[in-house]
Design a protein around this ligand. Structure first.
Ligand code: XMP
Length: 494
């Protein structure tokens, strides 16, 4: 029955995940026996095949720590100054619990202009320098600030001076017990070395983290800190940026380009490999075997695949270049697997079934933007529109993001004429990643079980041995595969 991938994907069609369907295999193990351990790059292992995209509405510190705590990894975006990007990495590396809030500091003479200043944290810290680099003088809680009648005065006039804190090495259980015993809303965690505030543990963290089913192993570096990746471009000044990131503790670098088969990228791969031999480089984006060969030859440790398949992408329409994502993943992984280079399927994931297909077609991991953008760990605040809680999600090639600096990914230079290759939109509230990812991964395991694959390696074995059988779905088959023929039903409580 069906076709092996090598036949299906060699007939001149560009297939997306939804175009194809996998035929079931033979089950001889339970769902929980499926192991999703995988390779991010030649030298980095992950216990889950999940990566968050380097986009400014997806990955900053909170996303990076949550992804690493779950066993995946976050790639911090670079639509900012090098120092800001390095600070996100440092902040993620300093957390041992997947904490949520980003620290905000003021100096005693500063004032707080609006409630928006509390968007990423329930409190604001006051230090002499106005940043983390000096001793904590006081703290201002959002609810206390809201009660003030005159808000135009310096924070020194109303900050709460005696602050209780705990050592940053506290485990989740220690911090949660401490918070509950003292009936606190938030607890500053300070470095044992110099007393600087490095994190804040909040009541929200307790609720979020308590419910999360421990999954595999967190992704940790040799010192036991969370693994964190970051993206850079391929310009001269990105070399300087990389220096900042390496100093901040970066574990893996992504060379970010919408068409990665270029002399700029090949030179950059060589530069990184010569300058930081210990640092793995993820190259891309690519969609063909020819592109893959060039980047592998230059020394790439993993390949990022996808061109125009992302939910906010318009590259295929604007530039007429790209490929259906299922075909792209299969074609690149066929070449990459011969050199032992893992493939990252980037973009176009909106369901757990898409993850199953990406991994079955040869990818070792999936990179997601929109799927993670509405989570509480994504940057930005929720808004309520039309009765729904939503968060902004924008393409890095959208005019709005490019105006902030990401144009090099799409233009190769800082040209005066900016043509958008992405859009700005919003996605629905997905709740915390700490629940979303375990739930999604369980669905992926069920898909693997149906296919008779007990691991990602065995999935790839089924693919290469032609035991994996696939078919193309007609339009009607796709409709049949979704929910259909129901009328509106109002839920009643029984
Ligand atoms: P999803 O489908 O997960 O896709 O939302 C995320 C991926 O899309 C890519 N990306 C873009 N591609 N124009 C594009 O053509 C854009 O503005 C844009 N922004 C992000 C990127 O590879 C990301 O991981």
């Amino acid at each position: 029955d069906g076709f092996p991938a090598e036949r299906l994907f060699n007939q001149g069609f560009s297939y997306t995940y939804d175009d194809v369907i996998c035929l079931p295999g033979y089950i001889d193990f339970p769902t929980d026996a499926v192991n999703l351990r995988t390779k991010l790059t030649r030298n980095i292992d992950l216990s889950l095949p999940c990566i968050s995209s380097p986009m400014d509405t997806v990955t900053e510190s909170s996303m990076a720590v949550a992804m690493a705590a779950l066993g995946g990894i976050g790639i911090v975006h670079y639509n900012n100054q090098a120092t800001e990007q390095a600070a996100f990495i440092q902040s993620a590396k300093s957390r041992h619990i997947p904490l949520f809030a980003d620290l905000i500091f003021k100096s005693p003479s500063d004032s707080i202009d609006s409630a928006g200043e509390f968007a990423t944290s329930p409190c604001i810290f006051v230090t002499q320098s106005g940043n983390s680099k000096s001793k904590l003088l006081g703290v201002v809680g959002k609810s206390d600030w809201e009660k003030l009648s005159d808000k135009d005065v310096p924070v020194a006039d109303y900050m709460f001076e005696s602050t209780v804190s705990a050592p940053s090495s506290y485990t989740f259980e220690q911090a949660a017990t401490f918070l509950a015993a003292r009936k606190l809303d938030y607890l500053p965690l300070v470095s044992e070395r110099d007393g600087e505030v490095v994190n804040v543990f909040t009541k929200d963290d307790v609720e979020r983290i308590q419910g999360y089913p421990a999954l595999g192993m967190p992704s940790l570096d040799k010192e036991g800190n969370f693994l964190v990746g970051a993206a850079i471009g391929t310009r001269e000044d990105d070399k300087l940026r990389l220096e900042h990131l390496v100093k901040a503790g970066l574990d893996v670098v992504v060379l970010d380009s919408s068409q990665g088969n270029s002399t700029y990228q090949i030179d950059m791969i060589k530069f990184v490999k010569n300058t930081y031999p210990e640092l793995d480089v993820i190259a891309g984006n690519i969609v063909t075997s020819y592109q893959a060969q060039n980047l592998i030859q230059a020394g790439a440790d993993a390949l990022r695949v996808g061109m125009g398949s992302g939910s906010i992408c318009t590259t295929q329409e604007v530039c007429a270049v790209g490929r259906g994502q299922a075909t792209a993943v299969y074609k690149v992984s066929s070449v990459a697997s011969r050199s032992g280079v893992p493939v990252i399927a980037d973009g176009g994931i909106s369901k757990s079934g898409h993850i199953v297909k990406a991994l079955m077609l040869g990818a070792s991991t999936v990179m997601m933007g929109s799927f993670l953008a509405g989570s509480s760990e994504a940057p930005g605040a929720y808004e309520v529109q039309g009765g729904r809680r939503i968060k902004k999600y924008r393409g890095m090639g959208s005019l709005e993001a490019m105006t902030k600096g990401s144009d090099v990914r799409y233009l190769g230079d800082t040209s005066k004429l900016k043509v958008a290759q992405g859009v700005v939109g919003a996605v629905a509230d997905k709740g915390s990643l700490l629940k979303l990812i375990p739930y999604t991964m369980h669905a992926v395991k069920q898909g693997f079980q149906d296919l008779g694959a007990s691991s990602i390696d065995s999935a790839h074995e089924l693919l290469r041995s032609n035991e994996l059988r696939l078919e193309v779905r007609t339009g009607a088959a796709q409709i049949e595969g979704g929910v259909h023929d129901l009328v509106y039903y109002e839920k009643k409580s029984f």
